[in-house]
Ligand binder design. Structure first.
Ligand SMILES: [Zn+2]
Ligand SMILES: [Zn+2]
Length: 117
């Protein structure tokens, strides 16, 4: 039996046979209204995505802002000092990573020994 329901998202009235139906269309089911983090405009974002901006331009600005916060420059690749900082950080983390790898290997070896004994 057909029923008239109001879409939970856009409010439009629509006909459906499914009385548990909530949305008028696939679009309303898959998208939600979000506020752009950059310009504050409302936009439709796919529910499964984590899009935070309304357009390519805004997402570029957001990315630049994030980089700016982290490294103090807009574009990492353009800045030699930042490149250096990142490389240094990686080097700092290297011994830690190697240690972890060693530990994992050790653990594996131990458990293998136990099995053979
Ligand atoms: Zn709708
Ligand atoms: Zn925007």
């Amino acid at each position: 039996m057909l029923k008239f329901l109001n879409c939970q998202r856009c409010g439009k009235e629509y006909e459906t046979e499914n009385r548990f139906s909530m949305y008028c269309s696939e679009h309303c089911r898959n998208y939600e209204t979000r506020i752009c983090l950059v310009c504050g405009k409302e936009f439709e974002g796919k529910i499964i995505s984590n899009k935070k901006t309304c357009s390519k331009e805004c997402s570029k600005i957001l990315r630049e802002r994030t980089t700016l916060n982290k490294y103090g420059v807009k574009n990492i690749a353009q800045n030699e000092t930042v490149k250096q900082i990142i490389q240094d950080k990686r080097k700092e983390q290297m011994p830690e990573i190697i240690n972890k790898m060693k530990q994992t290997l050790e653990l594996k070896k131990n458990s293998r020994d136990k099995v053979t004994n």
